[in-house]
Design a protein around this ligand. Structure first.
Ligand SMILES: Nc1ncnc2c1ncn2[C@@H]1O[C@H](COP(=O)(O)OP(=O)(O)O)[C@@H](O)[C@H]1O
Ligand SMILES: Nc1ccn([C@@H]2O[C@H](COP(=O)(O)O)[C@@H](O)[C@H]2O)c(=O)n1
Length: 470
């Protein structure tokens, strides 16, 4: 997810992620992501590309929409080029001013649902800022820029191509006002740059890309009718792609045999005693927390046994060699809030200094579908093994979403270990069907789900019992 609060106002306006609600599943029951809808929005400078894009996005009312600006992909300049830019001697309106390879890769990754780092551009310094913006997850991507329709490989990624056609005088007037107010320019500079570069480039390179557009919007934002037609078309297209994981889950084949992704704890009486206390409705909150955390630690230890080890010989205090082993890889935790957070203490007490990310997934009461509301993960997660924690697996819908998020952050399936205290067979089959290389560690497999989706016999609402929010 993105955060541009600290960027200058002009940048914030251009690089936005519209997250008006939780994100519904963006993958099918086989765990494969469904591609976002990509719109290309070209037109002359100050024609209204950003304004039209924002209006369409707001009217669409779809959550998880990204407005990506081509400015982010201006090639970095040398100090000499920056000096030339300040003298109005650098041509920012030539197609060669942009890095199409980086641009193509970014759009491709967004299309695949993979997390991307988008450079943040600063018009005042004519260069990228040191920090970038992490963008993850989109139902719709609107990509706007003067050369948005210029490059064929970029065009080929688009589902809809739009050209905003606004009168040249109006464009110049708006550019004057905007560049002075937002981009640190003066009147002379803007007019000089317009005459030398902006106008010739429009006539020679930008206007000709209009032929690639599916839709042309004369007069930009003022053309209410055109924007309305486009919004309705988009809404229909998105509706046709609608996914219902809930319906698909009810068709999962729950075989008698449990899937091979499962790792259960050894069924000792000690384990049974812990589960008896946790499952007992009369257990006090104090005892519940104590024994739940004790069980979490055992689950985490079992999860760590799944990691790869290497040989390590050590010398003992009496000078003898011990042929030992060490963990070979770095690990991190990701807790599925709320009940997964109850296992964090267990994780911390077993793995020293473990970074722990968080994912908030809630079930939408009207549709029964899981929704992703929040996601904050360690930045180097792709270099680590990931222990996802959630107290129980019921239908597997939340687990599927959590695993999909981690995969979208470049973690291979076989580096993901899902830790849960108990699991229902349906949830295990759901995970195994979509992600057969993920491993699930649990204390016990319960019998089934009741009509309301509760795990039976289960332990009730784990989060409420742990946090005291009955
Ligand atoms: N229809 C309009 N009426 C008045 N001002 C507009 C209109 N459309 C855009 N603007 C203003 O013109 C400037 C350039 O518009 P913007 O949408 O950023 O263009 P672009 O993204 O094509 O460069 C902005 O300051 C914007 O607020
Ligand atoms: N350092 C820069 C980079 C670009 N420009 C001008 O921006 C225009 C494109 O942005 P729009 O929002 O207007 O589409 C382009 O015409 C460049 O001249 C700049 O002035 N300085």
């Amino acid at each position: 997810m993105s955060n541009v609060q600290n960027a200058p106002r002009s940048i914030q306006r251009k690089m936005s992620t519209f997250l008006s609600a939780g994100r519904f599943p963006w993958y099918n029951i086989d765990g494969k992501p469904v591609e976002p809808f990509i719109i290309g929005m070209a037109g002359g400078s100050a024609s209204g590309k950003t304004s039209v894009s924002t209006r369409i996005i707001r009217s669409l009312g779809v959550p998880w929409v990204i407005l990506l600006s081509m400015d982010s992909f201006y090639k970095p300049l040398t100090p000499e080029q920056v000096a030339a830019a300040h003298r109005n001697e650098y041509d920012f309106d030539h197609p060669n001013a942009f890095d199409y390879e980086a641009l193509h890769q970014t759009l491709l990754n967004l299309k695949k649902g993979i997390k991307v780092d988008v450079p943040i551009y600063d018009f005042a310094t004519h260069n990228r800022l040191d920090k970038s913006q992490t963008v993850y997850g989109a139902n719709v991507v609107v990509f706007e820029g003067i050369f948005a329709l210029y490059d064929k490989s970029v065009r080929d990624l688009m589902d809809l191509k739009i050209f905003v056609d606004t009168d040249a005088d109006i464009r110049l007037a708006r550019r004057l006002k905007r560049d002075i107010a937002e981009r640190g320019r003066d009147i002379r500079g803007v007019l000089d740059q317009y005459r030398k570069f902006v106008k010739p480039a429009f006539d020679e390179h930008i206007y000709p890309t209009m032929k690639y557009a599916d839709v042309i919007i004369p007069r930009g934002l003022d053309n209410v009718a055109a924007i309305d037609v486009i919004t309705k078309h988009l809404a229909r297209q998105l509706n046709d792609r609608g996914l219902s994981l809930k319906v698909a889950l009810s068709n999962i084949n729950v075989k008698k045999e449990l899937p091979s992704i499962l790792r259960t704890l050894k069924p000792t009486n000690e384990l049974k005693a812990l589960l008896t206390i946790i499952r007992d409705r009369t257990t006090s909150r104090h005892d519940f927390i104590f024994y739940a955390e004790r069980l979490s630690r055992i689950i985490v230890e079992r999860g760590l046994a799944e990691l790869p080890f290497g040989n390590a010989d050590v010398i003992t205090p009496i000078g003898s060699i011990y042929k030992g082993v060490i963990w070979k890889e770095q690990v991190c935790g990701v807790s599925v809030i709320r009940s997964g957070a109850t296992m964090e203490r267990g994780l911390r007490s077993v793995v020293k200094d473990i970074p722990i990310g968080k994912i908030l997934i809630q079930t939408d009461p009207s549709t029964g579908e899981p929704q992703l509301h929040y996601c904050k993960l360690p930045s180097d997660i792709s270099q680590r093994y990931v222990l996802i924690s959630d107290a129980q697996i019921a239908t597997g819908a939340a687990a599927l979403m959590a695993i999909r998020v981690i995969l979208d952050h470049d973690v291979p399936q076989d580096r993901i270990i899902f830790l849960s205290l108990i699991a229902a067979p349906l949830g295990l089959h759901t995970i195994a069907n979509a992600f057969p290389s993920v491993r699930v560690v649990t204390a016990e497999v319960d019998q089934e789900l009741d009509d309301q989706g509760h795990v039976v016999p289960g332990f009730g609402n784990f989060g409420d019992r742990y946090f005291g929010t009955y």
